[in-house]
Design a protein. Structure first.
Length: 207
């Protein structure tokens, strides 16, 4: 669990900063900073991911997602940086255009520090991972893949499929999670997302 909680008002501020940061960067190529009166809770060091989704007939399609699972920056600064990166540097997509801003929604995932799952044998992972609560990191040598906790829920995956897909995300074989030379970490998240562009913010706690 996160060692502190975030209110819907604080989450709304994070989403507003993400959208404002992307708009400013796409307009002027400059990065914004946080105001001096930002709540102290948003200056805590946390891992964070920013996801940008395009809206098509009420359906969401991934448009960019970048972040860092480790607490290396104050939360609001991490959100600003991840938002701009998700909009312009996700290698799976072309950079977001200024004209798209009114057709995309922002989602902020504030993460707990990843914890390695210690098991005696690979089969124990299935009982130690909770779909709908845990995000995963699979690591083998220089290869690493991460999936946020909302992903298996959105796709209807079982725990084993979640593990397989995380291995694939790392660029490894789908069954590599069974190997003894693989490390698997889990984490939880508080999520704030726009229902529509510049619209209502909802909060989910996956922990």
């Amino acid at each position: 669990m996160l060692q502190f909680d975030l209110s819907i008002e604080e989450g709304k501020l994070l989403v507003e900063y993400a959208r404002k940061a992307v708009k400013e960067f796409l307009t002027t190529a400059e990065c914004i900073g946080a105001s001096e009166d930002i709540p102290i809770s948003l200056r805590e060091y946390c891992g964070v991911f920013v996801t940008i989704n395009s809206l098509f007939e009420d359906k969401r399609r991934l448009r960019g997602c970048i972040g860092n699972p480790y607490p290396t920056k104050p939360l609001v600064e991490a959100v600003i940086g991840a938002a701009v990166s998700a909009a312009t540097q996700d290698p799976r997509f072309k950079p977001l255009s200024r004209s798209e801003l009114d057709r995309v929604v922002f989602e902020i995932s504030v993460l707990t520090p990843p914890e390695m799952i210690e098991v005696g044998e690979a089969g124990e992972y299935v009982a130690r991972i909770r779909v709908g609560e845990d995000g995963l990191i699979v690591e083998k040598g220089i290869f690493k893949g991460l999936l946020l906790p909302q992903v298996p829920v959105e796709w209807g995956w079982s725990v084993e499929e979640f593990l397989r897909q995380c291995c694939i995300k790392a660029g490894l074989s789908s069954d590599c999670w069974r190997g003894r030379d693989v490390k698997i970490y889990k984490f939880n998240a508080i999520i704030f997302e726009e229902k529509k562009p510049n619209g209502e913010i909802v909060r989910r706690c996956l922990a």
